[in-house]
Design a protein around this ligand. Structure first.
Ligand SMILES: [Zn+2]
Length: 245
């Protein structure tokens, strides 16, 4: 069997992971803007198989993988794992039933399923920036279908961007509401155990300790601990601040 060498690129479909480090293959291989990805053979890294420059080979499993269509990507089981989009494949390209293994690839466009994106704009912004650096059109897959998010030559599309901003805002509002200390909440007090909030006003919270003692503490001293997912009061810090230790 002959390995065909494509002069004009094949357009295929694939999935990536998009995180704080940028765009990567699901296997972890980073993709960089402004340059094509060249396949390397892992088998040859281990000293077997064939020359590293000759990926992909007919008899090997190396090469940059892409499906023939979005439907094939789904069939192969990769559609639910990240963002996806079209890619150009060229150089040596080995054809399979559902897709290709190629020597070179670069992204053509990106499709971002809404549920794959972080809701917080502070987390989303660096990801979008990393993606826009590729200079390919970016589409958002929302509940009402696809819409352009970033278009080559004109930048962000307001409708899609606004959708993301609003989504971030309502998420933030819900979080803020959850974060407002209220009667019945538990507060971990270092050295005293867990207390139950009995009453809250603008300035103070009255908390009930296990020994039925009630403490009045300033709301400023109660902090939400993200790691432990609970309210906490550091009494030792307070005593130190008052010079009582
Ligand atoms: Zn190989």
């Amino acid at each position: 069997m002959r390995v065909p060498d494509y002069i004009s690129p094949v357009v295929a479909y694939r999935a990536w992971q998009l995180d704080a480090n940028g765009l990567r293959s699901l296997s972890g291989q980073p993709w960089h803007p402004g340059r094509s990805l060249a396949a390397a053979c892992r088998a040859s890294v281990r000293g077997a198989a064939h020359d590293v420059h000759d990926a992909p080979q007919m008899t090997c499993t190396c090469g940059i993988y892409a499906a023939k269509s979005h439907a094939d990507l789904r069939t192969a089981g990769y559609a639910g794992f990240g963002i996806h989009g079209e890619v150009y494949l060229w150089g040596t390209v080995v054809e399979h039933e559902l897709g290709w293994r190629a020597q070179y690839a670069c992204p053509k466009n990106f499709f971002l399923p809404l549920e794959m994106l972080p809701v917080s704009m502070s987390m989303l912004e660096p990801r979008l920036k990393a993606l826009a650096a590729f200079g390919c059109d970016i589409h958002l897959i929302g509940r009402k279908g696809n819409m352009p998010l970033w278009v080559k030559g004109s930048g962000y599309e307001l409708t899609a961007l606004d959708l993301l901003v609003q989504r971030g805002k309502s998420w933030y509002a819900v979080r803020q509401e959850e974060r407002r200390i209220k009667r019945g909440d538990r507060v971990a007090i270092l050295g005293r155990g867990i207390a139950l909030v009995e009453h809250v006003n603008d300035k103070h919270a009255h908390v009930l300790l296990w020994n039925r003692n009630v403490l009045r503490i300033s709301r400023k001293e109660i902090v939400w601990d993200e790691q432990n997912m609970r309210w906490e009061l550091n009494l030792l810090a307070r005593l130190k601040a008052n010079g009582k230790t």
